[in-house]
Design a protein around this ligand. Sequence first.
Ligand SMILES: [Zn+2]
Length: 458
Amino acid sequence: MSLSMVTAKSLLLLVFIFCAGAGAGAGAGAGAPDFPSTSDEESQIERFQQYLRIRTAHPYPDYAGAVSFLSAQARSIGLETLTLEFTPGKPLLLLSWYGSDLSLPSLLLNSHLDSVPAEPSHWIHPPFSAHRDPEGRIYARGAQDDKSIAIQYLEALRHLKARGFSPLRSIHVSFVPDEEIGGADGHAKFVASEQFRRLNIGFVLDEGQASPTDELRVFYADRLPFSLIVNAVGSPGHGSKMYDGSAVENLMECAEAVARFRDSQFDLVKAGIMAGFEVISVNTVYMKAGTPAPTGFVMNLQASEAEMGFDVRLPPTEDIDVLRKRIQEEWAPISRNMTYQLIQKGPTRDINGRPLVTATNESNPWWSVFEQAISVAGGKLEKPEILSSTTDARYLRQMGIPALGFSPMVNTPILLHDHNEFLKDTVFLNGIKIYENLISALSSFQSESILEEIHLEL
Ligand SMILES: [Zn+2]
């Protein structure tokens, strides 16, 4: 440790001591204080660091270690624990705090156990060290995505228990495996299970994303992900010959048609007419053509086959048949010797055939309670957004259950899946207070009749 670090730490300690009295009584405002101040808060940060140190990154996430740690925390709070295993070696931990009226639909707080891998050589602190620098930044893979919310849920529940809170509706917390690899063995199996049905979930909070401003972000839908593979065939020929309809020439037509469409969508975003999440994105992810040779490719032969792959993302309200028609007629017409596969990666409609969207207006009473609880906590909300990527919330929306993506991280750069992912201690602590407000409001919410109507509609 360098001398300057010692000095910085000593100063920090002095500020802790100085602020201890003021911080203890601080309200639940979204504007985070400069320094954590109480021993209670220091313990919360330590538990966050402990969880961050469990190596949950793919390809070999330590699910057993994570579940064991979280179960011990849940027991210390007084929550019921149940470990489910829909796929061997991939446990799902479910915590429950039963409400006084078991007939009411319950609240589910969801978080995934796994993380994406990290490349330690690109990090300023080792990605599983949970190093906290003098400015309070806690560096770790998963600090934002999404181990922060896991501990924030638990700490909020710990506080609610400690202050004698008694929920009207049951509160469940799920820690699920495999979100980062699509959730097929995780949440997809959970929502299809009898155990899930019995929970009678009415509303879900799942992960969101950091906000670089002082406004909290909330997500009401995920874009729908597809893989598009276009195959072209054509007559092979000598490299010197000019002729129509070679495989690569056919595929270039496809590439040009896709590029024109992509430009039309991107122009709308660049002109500020639409947000990035409101348009269809198409990006080329691979091109495959040519005849391999020991030193590279055969250079005097025009290949008879060529292939391109695209990542396609649709807003959830978009009609997939319209996209299919465009592919058949413009991008990969059979008349030009092209075929295609449009591979759906997850649900596209809910069990009632409706788009996977959670209403963020008065038609959804949970939204009103959510919005009000944020405001009571002193938080400001940005306009609700569609998440560009995907989360497990899509499986819950698939069941017709309203679900919002929300991770309370204001004034924080978006570093999920990036090098040097971090979360500031004060932002982490403030998130606990926001969840305390949210959980107490959402689990005390009484308007049974409105909710029953929603469920009847389903
Ligand atoms: Zn995540």
